[in-house]
Ligand binder design. Structure first.
Ligand code: UDP
Length: 239
């Protein structure tokens, strides 16, 4: 097997990626989660090491709850707990298809999953396991995008793959502006200066300072993670 360009990747999945469509109305749809797990299995079979960070926006978003009267820090802790639910769903889906998986949470909860221990996570990867990182950075006023950038740096990932429902980064909102153009590559500084919707500014800055490319691609398209990893699919690389 030839060594893939990005050997170790961190895959960031927004909570919405695990959500059912309008019909099922489920916050975590087992069939959707199973499909995403299949993509992860294929990437692993192609020789990649996979860290995964899951969001929680399909269940609970701190900032929205704060706007309705819950204290912001409390709401954010609730949001972090939501990411643990998603992490368990991803672990379950992966183990159902034979991929050994460990969940590590930034908020220790010993009867549910492991606490985040970088060296232990490293060992799991060496043993061919997928590691799912839950609870973001473990502090309120952050998001799981920042958690993804932080874990990507700590785990020495070669790239951060941000799976979304669009096929890359555009210079304008493609849903509103028909002339919007997708970047093949774009610099961290352009993303920050033009406030392009990729990830939080803090996550972008952390990736920039640690030279971690961010690959933005559509995870809803079956087989796309594998093709983007082969350098074939449609994506935008922020570098
Ligand atoms: N959150 C937090 N600190 C973190 C990560 C997440 O407080 O380090 C909370 C925050 O309230 C956020 C929620 O968890 O709204 C869910 O995460 P996020 O919005 O990043 O999920 P996604 O949009 O990726 O589904």
């Amino acid at each position: 097997m030839t060594v893939p360009a990005y050997k170790r990747i961190l895959l960031k999945l927004s909570g919405e990626v695990l959500m059912g469509d309008g019909e099922s109305g489920l916050a975590i749809d087992p069939s959707v989660t199973a499909r995403v797990a299949g993509e992860i299995k294929d990437a692993q079979a192609a020789g990649h090491e996979l860290c995964v960070v899951v969001g929680g926006g399909n269940i609970f978003r701190g900032i929205s709850a704060a706007a309705k009267g819950i204290e912001r820090a409390t709401a954010d802790y609730m949001g972090m707990l939501a990411t643990v639910m998603n992490a368990l769903a991803v672990q379950n889906a992966l183990e159902q298809i034979g991929v050994e998986t460990r969940v590590q949470s930034a908020i220790p909860m010993s009867s549910v999953c492991e606490p985040f221990i970088r060296r232990r996570a490293e060992r799991h990867l060496e043993k061919g396991r997928v590691v799912v990182f839950a609870a973001g950075v473990g502090s309120p006023f952050f998001t799981t995008d920042s958690g993804a950038a932080l874990r990507a740096a700590e785990m020495k990932c070669d790239a951060l793959f941000k799976g979304t429902s669009v096929d890359g980064v555009y210079n304008a909102d493609p849903k509103k502006d028909p002339t919007a153009k997708r970047y093949e590559t774009v610099s961290y500084d352009t993303v920050l200066a033009d406030n392009l919707k990729v990830m939080d500014a803090s996550a972008i800055a952390l990736c920039r300072d640690n030279n971690i490319p961010i690959v933005v691609f559509n995870i809803r398209e079956p087989g796309n993670l594998a093709s983007v990893l082969r350098g074939e699919g449609v994506s935008t690389v922020v570098q």
